[in-house]
Design a protein around this ligand. Structure first.
Ligand code: G3P
Ligand code: CA
Length: 300
């Protein structure tokens, strides 16, 4: 009799342990396909930001997804650079001393193409250039990478969104797997995303934001497939609110956080529900996320 009781109690303990194990695995394991690690400005830590050297450096450490910033020269060439001014990331002050404040919009492509966009980062990058969008897209393509393209300062450049989409179209980026799997266009305002959707409804879009306010989400979900949120104020509840909605392509709304450079925080945010990160250290994040069981491939 006593033996039967022992067996029965042992069975219950084992059963409880099994339940706890399953519950804990379900809590720790990814509940979705993967988490993307996107190289901010193509990898601002390893190489001069937004250059072709940075694109290649990201690829060399196994990063598929890049993020960039698109502006336009005085004579209409689309270029990849973050700041309004050329001063921080080029030698423009030395080459064109009387051009203050050296805004991208005030110089021709002939002038901008002479600038050194690498030396500020280190002598090994001397001679690196600001790329045109065409040069940049061709490198992303030949490297078999993917891009989160930011329409930068649209308020400064009339029709920058339309020009960018026309260029992407001309370069073959609005069709096939390039548009379905390898391109996301992001901006800080819903108006720009509406323009994207009117010109090219097939393109996936992301709204950049600094304030995780759940009540705004239904309005954002009309124009954005993803929310790209500054990481500082997010909560687990915010991820749930985002994931309850669908974007304009009928897929679950996603959240990428920026700019997350600490791998441990990235894993914590992934457990809360982050679908991706825009990071200056994407390789470190990708490794930590892989060790925590997340693949790098974000699916729907
Ligand atoms: O992609 C997020 C991030 O790029 C937005 O900030 O200033 O680096 O363009 P910023
Ligand atoms: Ca950006």
């Amino acid at each position: 009799m006593l033996t039967r009781i022992y067996i029965c109690v042992a069975g219950m303990v084992l059963g409880l342990a099994a339940v706890l194990l399953v519950t804990s695995t379900a809590t720790d394991a990814p509940d979705r396909d993967g988490v993307a690690s996107v190289a901010h400005r193509a990898g601002a830590y390893r190489a001069p930001e937004n250059t072709l050297a940075a694109v290649d450096a990201a690829r060399a450490v196994g990063i598929d997804w890049l993020e960039n910033d698109v502006q336009r020269t005085k004579d209409g060439t689309l270029v990849v650079i973050h700041d309004k001014s050329l001063a921080r990331t080029t030698d423009v002050e030395k080459k064109i001393p009387h051009g203050a404040p050296w805004n991208v919009a005030d110089f021709t492509w002939a002038e901008i193409s002479t600038l050194d966009a690498g030396s500020w980062k280190g002598r090994q990058w001397a001679g690196e250039k600001i790329p045109t969008l065409q040069q940049y897209m061709r490198r992303v393509d030949s490297n078999d990478q993917r891009l989160v393209l930011e329409i930068k300062w649209p308020e400064l450049y009339p029709r920058l969104t339309e020009d960018t989409l026309n260029e992407l179209d001309r370069l073959g980026w609005l069709k096939g797997d390039r548009v379905t799997d390898r391109l996301i266009v992001q901006a800080f305002d819903t108006g720009t995303l509406k323009t994207v959707r009117a010109r090219a409804p097939e393109v996936r879009t992301a709204l950049l934001s600094r304030d995780p306010v759940a009540k705004d989400l239904p309005r954002y979900a009309e124009v954005a497939d993803q929310i790209h949120m500054k990481y500082l104020k997010v909560t687990p509840e915010y991820f749930k609110a985002v994931h309850a909605l669908k974007g304009p392509h009928g897929r679950r709304l996603k959240v990428f956080l920026w700019t997350v450079d600490d791998p441990r925080r990235a894993v914590e945010f992934a457990r809360w529900g982050a679908d991706g990160f825009i990071s200056n250290r994407p390789d470190l994040l990708q490794k930590a996320l892989a060790e925590a069981g997340y693949t790098a491939d974000v699916k729907d």
